[in-house]
Ligand binder design. Structure first.
Ligand code: FAD
Length: 391
């Protein structure tokens, strides 16, 4: 069995790194150190949906009550055209019933706070301002050098350092370049004293090469993403986000304009969206990738964070029952590769369709969406997302 006192280093205090630390601790590993390049806790991004597959894991990590306290319970994922023609709705309750847990929308800030509080209660230390520059190994020990001239050794290193230049992915795979998927997202979080939402449905508006999605969290708070097919470094990058969004989505639903108007400028961000091609090997020596560094998927998959959370649970429970790290890492990848790859590819397919700028294509896509049997579509989503979940 792997020694429970093994020195474990986790690179990155994002969703994957923090949930892995909690899960490892739950499985008896107590010698865990997290290293994070940021100077302090910051939350990138506006919000996300913790679908019932991730909630099932978070319940096992004893975090369900905390999530329930701040999360919004979603009912439908409604699809509309930019002219407000209804295209149909994925039934979230169907997915929830099939997996056995509700799904919750949550702000990144709230999720991060919950995870950090848990990590702190477990006395797991987070070393901020540690930007890993390279990884090397000698015999059975891995050495990590940080920008602040500190270096640490560990028996097990978990690369949870995200999608945009993961040092761990560079070490394992020899290349860590993410793939730009030819669209950008403006993301924002909106909060208002007067109620903004009366129903807890995701509103997904489809244009032609453009898309706008709104996710309620509670009646006064929600998050949104406006997307557009654009090359890297487009002229939008240096413009005022709010003004540009108001122009871009001017003729769309009044709800969109209301939401953008209510969002403070400082809470709107312009993001060029990348993912990763699947790689055949997630580990080398005693370094194992998980979360985005192993399998970053597009926001259109809706599952990036949820899959990082699933990774955390599987990684720790496999490590706990394995004889060697090599056996554990092989089992972990075998267990996770197919599901995460399918999700990455599904995210790409949806993005290609949503950000296609050909009018004829978009018209046909919308017709197909209208003809879709949403009961079957909801069942298919549930089937994929429930794969390999713990009992
Ligand atoms: C625009 C956008 C919208 C998204 N929306 C959703 C959504 O609605 N639902 C969803 O499920 N997912 C969504 N995702 C995906 C989701 O954010 C990620 O899949 C998830 O955060 C992955 O967690 P992670 O811990 O692997 O990586 P991250 O959360 O990115 O964390 C990586 C951490 O590693 C740190 N780090 C990086 N390099 C180093 C280094 N060299 N040394 C030390 N530390 C380092 C970073 O600072 C960071 O804290 C979205 C992604 C994007 C880009």
């Amino acid at each position: 069995m792997i020694d429970k006192n093994s020195e474990i280093v986790i690179l990155g205090a994002g969703i994957g790194g923090l949930t892995t630390a909690i899960s490892l601790h739950q499985n008896g590993f107590k010698n865990i150190n997290i290293y994070e390049r940021r100077k302090k806790t910051t939350t990138i991004g506006a919000g996300l949906v913790l679908w019932s597959n991730a909630i099932k894991i978070l319940e096992k990590l004893e975090l369900l009550t905390e999530i329930e306290n701040v999360g919004g319970q979603l009912e439908q994922m409604q699809r509309w055209t930019n002219n407000e023609e209804f295209l149909g709705a994925i039934n979230v309750n169907k997915i929830n019933t099939s997996i056995g847990f509700k799904s919750y929308s949550i702000s990144r800030k709230d999720l991060q706070t919950i995870l950090l509080e848990k990590v702190s209660n477990l006395n797991i230390s987070i070393n901020y301002d540690h930007n890993a520059l390279n990884i090397s190994h000698q015999d059975n020990s891995i050495s990590i050098n940080f920008e602040n001239d500190i270096s640490v050794n560990a028996q097990i290193v978990i690369g949870a350092d995200g999608r945009m230049g993961s040092i761990a992915r560079q070490y394992v795979n020899g290349n860590n370049t993410p793939v730009y998927q030819n669209f950008v997202n403006w993301i924002g979080i909106v909060e208002s004293e007067k109620p903004i939402f009366s129903e807890y449905n995701v509103l997904d508006f489809w244009g032609c090469g453009e898309r706008f999605g709104i996710v309620p969290i509670n009646e006064n708070k929600g998050y949104w993403a406006g997307g557009k097919s654009l090359p890297l470094n487009s002229s939008f990058k240096n413009k005022n986000n709010k003004i540009e969004l108001m122009k871009l989505f001017d003729s769309w639903s009044p709800k969109i304009k209301e939401i953008i108007e209510l969002t403070e400028d400082k809470y709107i961000k312009y993001i060029e969206v990348f993912d990763h091609n699947p790689i055949p090997n997630w580990h080398k020596n005693n370094v194992c990738l998980l979360g985005d560094s192993a399998h970053a998927s597009l926001p259109t998959s809706g599952q990036g964070a949820c899959q990082a959370i699933e990774d955390a649970w599987h990684f720790a429970s496999i490590l706990e029952k394995s004889e060697t790290t090599e056996e554990a890492f092989n089992d972990f990848q075998r267990n996770r590769f197919e599901k995460t790859t399918t999700i990455t590819m599904a995210g790409r397919d949806l993005a290609k369709s949503l950000f296609n700028e050909n009018e004829m294509y978009c018209e046909q896509r919308n017709k197909n969406a209208k003809k879709t049997d949403y009961i079957i579509a909801s069942e298919n989503i549930a089937k994929l997302w429930s794969k390999n979940l713990p009992k």
